[in-house]
Design a protein around this ligand. Sequence first.
Ligand code: MF3
Ligand code: CO
Ligand code: CO
Length: 317
Amino acid sequence: MRGPGPNDPCWCGSGKKYKKCHRDQDAVSPPAGNEVRAGTVTPMRTVPPSIQPPSYARTGRPRAAPRISDPADRIARMRRVGRAAAEVLDLLSRAARPGVTTEELDVLAHEACIARGAYPSPLNYHGFPKAICTSVNEVILHGIPDSRPLQDGDVVSLDVTLYLDGVHGDCCGTVAVGKVDEESRRLLQIAEECMMKGIAAVRPGRPVSEIGRAVEAHASAHGYDVVRSFCGHGIGEDFHTDPQILHYFEPRARDLMREGMTFTVEPMITVGSAEHVVWPDGWTAVTADKKRAAQFEHTLLVTAGGAEILTALPGSG
Ligand code: MF3
Ligand code: CO
Ligand code: CO
């Protein structure tokens, strides 16, 4: 079957000419089977002036923020933003149903952040155009919410970060849309377990490499691959800061965990190979073999005895 000509309307229904819309993408990864295709992305939404914006809100370029000097105050703020992020993720997880577009989930998230007095951290972060990342099926991470309706049998990662009271809280979960096949159900289960194994390895005085060691061991024991090109990160006054948290064992990752540190653990686990390619939008990272991926993420506080999960829902254990 021949595709549309350069000046024909794009097949995606955007109303734009094919050459202005999906032609570049089709050249990289021709339409085949039921691969995820980019939909249309609406213009960036705005945030009311009452919401305190992070450094990059206008420019798209983050600038390192000064540290909050009082540790107890910093932790109190991290707990508040963590809980708010968990609430928004929970709301989105329930809303992810067949027929709902990822754009609709973005609008829900955008409004839910504002209702909590928070700025949706991804918005204009290095130019990212939306409030959340929505990553469907073979999309590993950084999927841009668009006009694609979720389909029965999809899996979708919802990555939610809020900026409140001068600090960020970051979490992600992957949910089943309608009824998914057994392979996908298992992927979600093992990926969440991988995150929890990584969290269980957190202890002051240990190198951060212990986290990746635990994540990778669990994934490979069940025949899954771990994405190496994207990692967890220190978080707080800045969205992404040191230390890097790798999700595979790297003996050179010798940074020691210290009580009071805040960072994320956010493994991406794949059914097939973890190799990825990035769409022409510059964000969306998909598995090269187009097999499915899942991601779970929490923001953690290192405590004397291990880790406190800052982005846990109250009453979730
Ligand atoms: N929330 C993602 C993370 O876990 C980062 C998203 S940045 C964006 O680190 F610009 F893609 F939104
Ligand atoms: Co995240
Ligand atoms: Co993160």
